[in-house]
Each structure stands twice: as C-alpha cells, then as structure tokens.
Design a binder for this molecule. Structure first.
Ligand code: 4UV
Length: 462
C-alpha cells in the first residue's frame, strides 16, 4: 500500500525474491476498502508509509488480522509504534543469509495479484503468473517499446512514473518493464500539475505513459510549452478512451516529431493486448493484437463477427491471467470453454484488422482511468439505514471521463437527503469513487434473474 516512491520497486523485487506474491493497494483507500483486500488476498505482511499506517491498523482490526506492518520512511521521524522500518531492514548488513530459504518458482506460480472487478461485481484478485508478466514484457519489446527504452553506453531513457505502481499500467508497463530494459524511472508520489510539467523538462523525460486526463492537462495547462516536451520521443496513452480534441490540443503543443500511440490492455491481461506499430497514422485506433495474441470480435452468442461489425472483444495469449483468485463463478463468466478471455469491451476491426474501442459492455466505471466497480458502491449504499436498494452507472464527465451516478430506493417511511447519502459513501470509499449525483427512484429495473438493468437506467437518465 504505497505511492510511487523509489523504494517501491525494491519492495516489489524483494517480495518476488522471497517467493511471495505482490498484491497492490491504492494508498488512498479507506480502512473499509483495505480490510476486504487483506482478507481476500490472505495477506502475510503489509508494507506502507507512516502516513497510511493508521488506515492499515484500522483495516487489520476490522479484518481481525494480526500481521506485521513494515513502513517506508522518507524522513528521520521515529518509526511508528508497532511497525518495522523498511529502511533499517534493508540497510542491515548483519543478516544471516543462511536463514534465507532457497526459493524455487515455476513460470506458472503467481507473482502479482492486483485487484479488478472485471466484467461484473466486486473487485477480485487477478492472479498473474511469472510467465504472464514476462510474456507481456517480451510482447512490449516486440511492438517496439524497447527501441524507445534501450540503455546504451551513451544513453539511458528516462520514463516518468506518475501513473501509480499499484495499478497494472504503472506496475507492469512502467515499473517492471522499464527496469528490465534498463531505463531510468523518475517517480512522482503525488500528481501535481506544475511539478509534473517541470519534471518532464528537468529529468529529460523521453518516454511517457499517460491516461486521458493527463493528456487533457498537458494540452491545456499554460505551464506546458513546447520546451516542456522537447525531449519526448514516445508517448503512449491507455486505460480509458481518449477524446480526439484532447489529443489534438496536446499534439499541437509538441513541436518536434515523436511517436504517439494508443495502447489497450486490462489488469487481467498483464496488461497489454492491442497496440499499433510505430508510425501509425490513425491515432484513435489501438491497433492490432501484440505478438502471440489472438483476438476476435463476437456477438452476444459468441458468434464471430466480420470486419467493421461491432461486438465484444475476446482475446487469447500468454499474458492472459491464470484466473480470479478462488472465484470459479467469476472465472466461468470470463473464460469460454476454449479459454478465450471475454474483455467486456465493445470494438470493431476494420478491413485490415485494425481495432477501435467503441464502448464498454461491462458495468465497470472508469474515473480518470481508475476502476470504480458499481457493485462496490451499491453495497455501500445499501448499508445506509434509509436505503433499501440502489444501482450505480457511469455517466460522461468532462474532465474525469466518467463519474458514478446513483439511483436510490428509500425504505418506506424513511427520509434521507442526497447530500447525506453522498457523505455516507464518501467516508467508506477512496475520493475518486465518490458519487457525483443521486437520483431517488421508486424501484431499480431488474431482469427476471435479479440483475440490475443498467442499460435501461443509462437509456433513461444519461
Ligand atoms: O483493468 P484496467 O484498470 O486496466 C487498464 C490498463 C491499461 C493499459 C493500457 C495500455 C498499456 O500499455 C498498459 O500498460 C495498460 O486500464 O481497465 C481495463 C479497461 O480499461 C479500458 C477498457 O474498458 C478495459 O477493459 N481501456 C484500457 N485501455 C483503453 C481502454 C484504451 N486505450 N481505450 C479505451 N479504453
């Protein structure tokens, strides 16, 4: 449970070296959110900052767990009570190495377990094996990301790591992959527009990974000039759909030639599955399947569709997760019998097989590229004493991409203000998940099987 600090990769590689599994947690999560992940992942130790130690302690209490906490200190403050200090542990040269176990792992062993809600329901542990990740790094190399991050005798590429390492994008594409190709990683623990723009110039950042809100900011912020972007060689956008206008505004600011491409991926696919080759002309496409990856577009009955027909994207390849941890029901929903993985995204492929993402079939909401699972917010809403039922959908938002909108049914005879319910939710979830708008309704539209008919809500209220 860490922000992007330089110790993060040390912790990550240390866990792998000790034969452990890394499960990352957003450091702005509440105790309510953290306790769930602690239990689901059967955590053995928590590594965090002194600032978030209180939340971790509370989460451990709710989860009735008693496991060690290790803190990373960025100043000389004393180590908080009840914690071990990472900095002291890693500087201890008197460790008796003979007590370290000889760790043997196979490519099939789990290495990384971030959380994703997938197509439906609550966040689930995504089991990624060593092979999944290594395969994806090779696929990234193959699509020419490597050419932009080669370390030579005279040059070392510099990559900005502001996208969080706790999310698959920052963890895999930036932290692990960039270490594997010898690039320099410049970490930024908290996003601050001016400092970020200044850092691009100061550290001569030439490889940049962004999500749409960052590109929007880079195009519009007065502190971002062509000088700010003078070292850029490669910019890759992913995690959410990018508005054409935001992309154009940014491209107009950069006055030299550089490689701009959109990549598509998911937590469940380590993440990269689609990316255009260098020199793509069509900037809104996410290109073709990366090497050793199969992709197909299907209708609701899983029948293959032809070129320019929109349907769900299914993929198969060595980067596709082992499965959701201890969740056979969710696994049977996302994997077909012949192991095609259902992405829950609507796409079409043109005559050349070049793919464009058009919409999301799954219920997941993406706020600034971060996952907000409606089921999670609905569960919190139903915990409110005056609420009997609730449904949450994503609606377009000018800066965040999407924002959660809730439909709430009150218990008969009960009264509650929208603001009070919003506050109730705010206390239980991280700030980016907060509900933007609440609409009181008499009932939630549901299928015969009891599934919320989000499409109907969207059609009626969006
Ligand atoms: O599971 P997740 O939160 O994972 C991600 C991963 C993003 C990427 C993208 C390119 C990379 O090179 C990389 O390393 C990491 O966000 O959310 C997965 C969902 O996000 C949407 C889509 O709905 C996925 O199912 N999404 C991801 N990339 C794009 C996108 C994109 N380029 N355009 C539109 N939607």
């Amino acid at each position: 449970m860490l922000p992007n600090v330089p110790d993060f990769p040390l912790v990550a590689m240390g866990i792998l070296g000790a034969g452990g599994v890394i499960s990352t947690v957003n450091p702005i999560y509440t105790a309510h959110e953290v306790h769930r992940q602690l239990l689901l992942s059967a955590a053995k130790v928590v590594i965090t900052m002194p600032e978030t130690m209180g939340v971790v302690k509370e989460a451990l209490k709710i989860a009735k767990l008693d496991i060690p906490i290790i803190v990373i200190k960025t100043n000389g403050d004393p180590t908080p009570e009840g914690a071990l200090c990472f900095n002291e542990l890693s500087e201890d040269t008197h460790v008796d190495k003979s007590c370290l176990k000889d760790v043997r792992r196979t490519p099939k062993d789990i290495s990384f377990m971030p959380y994703s809600s997938g197509t439906t329901g609550m966040p689930k542990g995504v089991e990624l094996s060593h092979r999944n990740l290594i395969a994806n790094f090779e696929q990234m190399n193959d699509i020419n990301i490597k050419n932009h991050s080669d370390t030579t005798a005279t040059h070392q590429d510099a990559v900005m790591a502001v996208l969080p390492f706790f999310h698959i994008y920052g963890a895999s594409a930036i932290m692990f992959h960039k270490m594997s190709v010898g690039a320099k990683i410049v970490t930024m623990a908290k996003f601050h527009p001016e400092k970020y723009l200044e850092a691009l110039k100061k550290f001569k950042i030439d490889v940049l990974y962004v999500a749409p809100p960052m590109l929007l900011l880079m195009g519009a912020h007065p502190a971002g000039t062509s000088e700010t972007y003078q070292y850029l060689k490669s910019v890759i956008n992913g995690a959410a759909p990018l508005a054409d206008s935001d992309m154009r505004r940014f491209l107009n600011k950069v006055k030299q030639e550089f490689d701009f491409r959109q990549a598509y991926g998911l937590t469940e696919t380590s993440p990269l599955v689609l990316m255009p080759p260098v020199g793509v002309n069509n900037l809104s496409t996410v290109g073709y399947p990366v090497s050793n990856t199969e992709a197909k577009v299907v209708d609701e009955n899983l029948n293959n569709l032809g070129p320019n027909e929109t349907g769900e994207l299914l993929v198969r390849g060595p980067q596709v997760m082992i499965g959701y941890r201890e969740n056979p029901t969710a696994n049977s929903e996302v994997f077909t019998e012949d192991r095609w993985f259902r992405t829950g995204d609507l796409v079409f492929a043109d005559d050349q097989g070049q793919i464009t993402i058009t919409d999301r079939l799954k219920e997941l909401i993406k706020v600034k590229g971060f996952q907000v699972p409606p089921a999670e917010l609905e569960a919190v809403l139903r915990d409110h004493p005056a609420v009997i039922d609730a449904a949450v959908i994503g609606v377009p938002h000018p800066t965040k991409g999407e924002a959660p909108k809730a439909f709430v049914v009150l218990k008969s005879g009960q009264k509650a203000e929208a603001n009070e319910i919003k506050e109730f939710v705010k206390e239980k979830v991280a700030p980016f998940k907060k509900i933007d708008e609440i609409v009181f309704v008499n009932s939630i539209p549901k299928s015969a099987a009891g599934k919320i008919l989000r499409k109907d809500l969207k059609a009626q209220y969006s």
